[in-house]
Design a protein around this ligand. Structure first.
Ligand code: GLC
Length: 559
């Protein structure tokens, strides 16, 4: 008997032959006998449910409803319990992780719609960790898709789409129509026996930060759902087509920009506090690129769709050229910047952004190996943020924003700088940490972001799934295995912390939540993907052949 089935884990082939999702090379590479997709027809989702809410709740602040809160989380069913050890031989914590993931499920009117950020009873301060975060749900969603349970993913996609339709305001300022929430919370009114939803688009978030990444993750997840289930009908629904277009209209509108990259405020993604990522952060640029490519695969070629498709194609062309040329850093490039002349006027300038070589930080000269390279954190006039950001670089590999050579170089760098980037707990969110006076200026004296903690060089187990996916894509699974082995020695024992502290990531984070859902789901996804690499197809895009030739031509024109 299939061991995985016995555990209650269903197998679904993640490869499907959708002509629109042309990842042919990868599919062929990873092809395995197609298993019968065990996907039940979805119950139609209650579209009216939100309109029944009192307007107060729809736009209200959470504070008013704390008393109404009742556990929206309930223990899950179908938890893998037994294991015969015949096939996939997971570590004992695999089954525990599944149980914990199911415990984090959030239900709205009886339907699972997401997972809470953390299910940590011991923590005195709940803050917003009892909410479903869009970005946090992505690894949960992938785990459920890989396990042949797409319902919760579909419900989540539709529910967040409804939330996008709300009128969003911060004080008296109306936000763009396409903005997706950072998070939402299900409230249960025991008197009226009603479940209600409140969403946060940044108006309650600490620092009032904008969740720029939410919309991109939503598009990427919609494509993952489509790819995994073969169910094209969801993405084809008019409301989904509209949702995609609204998200992209926020980014593709013409303005004063001189670069194709997306200008963002601090705190706009996973790093949702002031950490000097404002400007053109790699995390957002890589997600933007991936979302554009996913949208291209899903948008219908009708009137409005066609216009959007044209704009996407133009932007992709410019964005990939800009990123591959100006964000890329390897030994050679560093040496070139080190020798840059400054104050060059006119289109013939080599040092286009007028970067002053004296602004290159000392650490980079030791950190940069002879073999290897990466996309740096940020590029804007006279400013290059040389820090390494894990998510952006992994997403660059998965979306093929990185060329095959660049992808290999990123993996070379991870291997060469293992102690710095992986240490004793995968993986560093950013490297290196900002310290002393710089920390005061850059973070505004943030006590949560002290050196080697949280977003400031902390180690986040959730990043394990992104590393694993990147490793599989580049044909280096042994790197992922090493990282997973490290995580397995501690994650369960430590209660699935949100992050670890210290130069080597040895200490459980100062203010880390326990039972952080994306630490749990990230581990599960990494484990399942390594076991069955065909899952990679739902989160990876092959190199765009057309773009490849275009890029070659444009770079030669530029020389
Ligand atoms: C913290 C993290 C953010 C995450 C949220 C919920 O705010 O910085 O990335 O989405 O917690 O886990």
């Amino acid at each position: 008997m299939d061991g995985a089935k016995q555990m209650g884990i269903r197998n679904v082939s993640s490869i499907c032959s959708l002509t629109q999702l042309d990842d042919h090379d990868l599919s062929r590479l990873l092809e395995k006998p197609r298993l019968t997709t065990n996907i039940e027809r979805q119950r139609s989702f209650d579209e009216r449910s939100l309109s029944e809410l009192p307007t107060l709740l729809v736009r209200g602040s959470y504070d008013n409803f704390d008393t109404l809160h009742s556990p929206a989380v309930r223990s899950g069913i179908d938890t893998p319990a037994s294991w015969d050890g015949n096939t996939f031989d997971p570590h004992p914590i695999f089954a525990e992780a599944w149980e914990a993931l199911r415990r984090s499920l959030v239900y709205f009117r009886g339907q699972p719609v997401g997972t809470v950020a953390a299910y940590d009873h011991a923590s005195e301060e709940v803050l917003n960790y009892d909410q479903v975060f869009v970005r946090d749900f992505v690894p949960s969603a992938l785990a459920f898709l890989m396990n042949g349970e797409p319902e919760v993913v579909k419900n989540f996609l539709l529910k967040t789409l409804q939330l996008q339709g709300w009128e969003k305001k911060i004080d008296r300022f109306k936000l763009g129509e396409g903005v997706m929430p950072a998070s939402f919370k299900v409230l249960h009114d025991p008197v009226r026996k009603l479940d209600m939803i409140v969403a946060d688009f940044g108006e309650s978030a600490i620092g009032r930060v904008a969740p720029v990444d939410s919309g991109f993750w939503w598009i990427i997840l919609l494509r993952a759902y489509t790819k995994s289930t073969g169910d094209l009908s969801l993405a084809e629904r008019p409301e989904c087509q509209k949702g995609i277009k609204l998200i992209l209209m926020l980014c593709l509108a013409e303005g004063f920009d001189t670069f194709p990259t997306l200008l963002c405020a601090d705190g706009c993604s996973m790093i949702d506090r002031r950490m000097d990522v404002y400007g053109y952060p790699i995390e957002i640029q890589a997600l933007f690129y991936m979302a554009l490519r996913c949208a291209l695969m899903m948008l219908k070629h009708d009137g409005e769709g066609k216009d959007c498709i044209e704009r996407i194609e133009k932007r992709l062309h410019a964005l990939s050229y800009h990123m591959r040329s100006y964000f890329w850093l390897d030994f050679q490039q560093l040496n070139d910047i080190y020798r840059y002349k400054t104050e060059e006027y006119s289109h013939t300038a080599v040092n286009k952004f007028n970067v002053i070589p004296d602004s290159i930080p000392d650490w980079i000269f030791d950190f940069m190996p002879m073999r290897g390279g990466y996309f740096i954190g940020n590029v804007s006039p006279a400013r290059m943020d040389f820090r390494w950001f894990c998510l952006g670089n992994c997403v660059a590999i998965l979306s093929s924003l990185a060329t095959p050579e660049q992808s290999m170089a990123i993996m070379d760098l991870i291997e060469a700088r293992w102690d710095e980037l992986v240490g004793e707990m995968p993986l560093k969110i950013a490297y290196p940490a900002i310290e002393s006076h710089e920390w005061r200026i850059v973070t505004g004296c943030d006590p949560k972001n002290t050196r080697w903690s949280y977003h400031n060089g902390g180690s986040w187990p959730v990043l394990l799934w992104l590393l694993t996916a990147a490793c599989i894509k580049t044909g280096r699974p042994q790197i992922a295995r090493q990282a997973i082995d490290l995580a397995e020695t501690r994650l369960l024992k430590d209660g699935w912390p949100e992050y670890y502290d210290g130069k080597l990531g040895r200490f459980i984070g100062k203010q880390a939540r326990k039972y952080q859902t994306w630490s749990i789901a990230g581990y599960l996804v990494a484990k399942m993907m390594l076991e069955d690499p065909s899952h990679l197809g739902m989160i990876s895009l092959e190199e765009d052949k057309q773009r490849k030739t275009l890029i070659k031509r444009s770079s030669s024109w530029n020389c």
